[in-house]
Design a protein around this ligand. Sequence first.
Ligand code: C2E
Ligand code: MG
Ligand code: MG
Length: 639
Amino acid sequence: MSASNRDALRAALLYLLISLIWLQLSGHLLNSFFDSSLELLRWQLINGYAWAVLTAGLIFLTRARLFRFLEVDARLLDRADDRERLRQAAAVFDCTREGVLVTDKNGVIVHVNRAFIQITGYQSPEVLGQKPSVFKSGHHPLAFYQAMFTKLDNAGEWSGEIWNRRKCGEIYPQWQTIRVIHDDQGHVSHYVAVFSDISAIKDSEYELKHLAHHDPLTDLPNRLLFTDRAEQALASAQVHKRSCALLLVDLDHFKMINDSLGHTIGDQLLKAVAERLSTLFDPGVTLARLSGDEFAVLAESCPQLGHAPALAQRILDALKKSFEIEGHALFINASIGISLFPGDALNAEQLLRNADSALFKAKSTGRNGFALYTEELTAHAQQRVETAFELRRALEQDELRVYFQPVHDLKTCRLIGVETLVRWEHPQRGLVSPAEFIPIAERTGLIAEIDAWVMRQACQQMCEWQQAGVVLSFVAVNVSSRLFARRELYQQVAQVLQETGLEPAFLELEVTESAVMDDPEVALEQMHRLRELGVRLAIDDFGTGYSSLLRLKRLPVQKLKIDQGFVAGLPWDEDDAAIVRVIIALAQSMGMQVHAEGIEQVEQAGFLLEQGCDLGQGYWFGRPVPAEQLDWDRLLVIE
Ligand code: C2E
Ligand code: MG
Ligand code: MG
């Protein structure tokens, strides 16, 4: 019996009971008050009972119908709610950007949404009735799917990255969540999978990873990736008892290409070098670009000792052929430093450091060659560190000295100026040459202090000579290229001149040709400022720095100093003689004085004079000496 019928029956029975009690009572009352006949009384009771039963029946029927009506109405209301909810769910299902796939408990696809069609490329009729295994990519092993179903059985849900195949055959990654749906009885009724296509994220992840590990210009591995590979290679070489080699390749004078032809051509040349080098190596050799014009090569297996030098030679040979870039035929050499594992170093960092020391050696022994790292090189590096430390102390404890070397007028043979050259009076080592400590001072930044000190000493000395009646046309001081690139140089010179009271025209600043040509625009600006102060400017070691004539012409310089390397072979070496002749002619055509250094023999002085060289300096005239030891006989003294 339904609940509504039960309620109606209960109400009818209650009514009947009350009616019967009432009829019983009313029978007794009638009998006692009116003393009616028994027949009449019975008749009335029977009538009453019949009426009560009839009315109870009517009550039952009415209530039962009413309840049923109410119940149906409630159910209808519930159903309308459900329909609304379903409509909403369907809208979400269809509009969501995630693909949705529903299977029955047997894994047969019963529903897919619009996003599913967009992502997979399948239409609904093509997949309904199929199993999701049709999308398998073959990317995952069986164990992957087993673990997935175990998780679904135990936890009712699984999420993770899964690679599936689109209709076009492309494999792509999805982030997928699968949930088990149970019916009222708790049995599995469906599986719902919701997934998004994460290939775009994966692509950008890959791109980011690639960017972080590769040089954007050449697409070669960068320092980070190279170091990582080197570490792995060394670990594996250790296990397999193999040797490895690390070669650091640095292009010689690359900066000149950048400066003279522009950075775009410089970049293209770097790319072309990278491409050419890449073709040289077999698998097992990694080529990387570590910085600007520095490349690194890691050879993971070097069976013999000669393998790495042979590889270096192959690189040098490959670079011999010109690079055709935007109509220019460019030539570039390289210097290579080699460090070997396990002979020279036991880890990647040390291997790189040692290759760098070897590179330094290759560069300083004339470039376009290679050098191997040796223990002796390490000792050299250690000594450099010690010297840097001691040099600081030298400045504090006044161990530096200024020496002066005479400069003579070649025609009159008279001493007309001096070049100031610094010396270090080391407490243990004696007099240390600037050739040893100036490069270290440049690397440690101490050079600024040293040059400022030398300049002050030179200016003071010149003032003293002038006060003593000695006439010299100039006192020259060397300015390091490191200092020359700094804007403060101008203020520093102005300050020294002001403090010492020397007339600016008596001070000559020597700047090396390479310092000027390394950054010609900055050099030009610097030189103009210095000229405004009234000081003289000379280019030192001319002939060694690849000057551009066009640039040279624009420089506000009064003097070219021919490098002693060209003077050494005079007058017999034809090449030296030809170069010197050209430099003299060049200087004269640009209205500059020419000054030859390193004159050790009278023949050299004679040749230079013949060619029209103005000034001469060298051991033949006099060595650098302290001020008090200068040869006064050759000075022009005012009477
Ligand atoms: P530099 O400016 O070209 O100086 C000339 C160098 O040639 C000096 O070497 C000088 O002693 C040497 N020399 C002069 N005549 C002869 C000769 O006839 N034969 C030979 N073989 N050598 C000769 P030094 O004094 O050892 O200086 C070397 C370099 O150190 C200088 O070359 C200069 O570039 C640098 N230097 C010296 N003093 C200073 C300084 O105060 N500041 C800076 N920044 N550099 C300095
Ligand atoms: Mg000099
Ligand atoms: Mg010089």
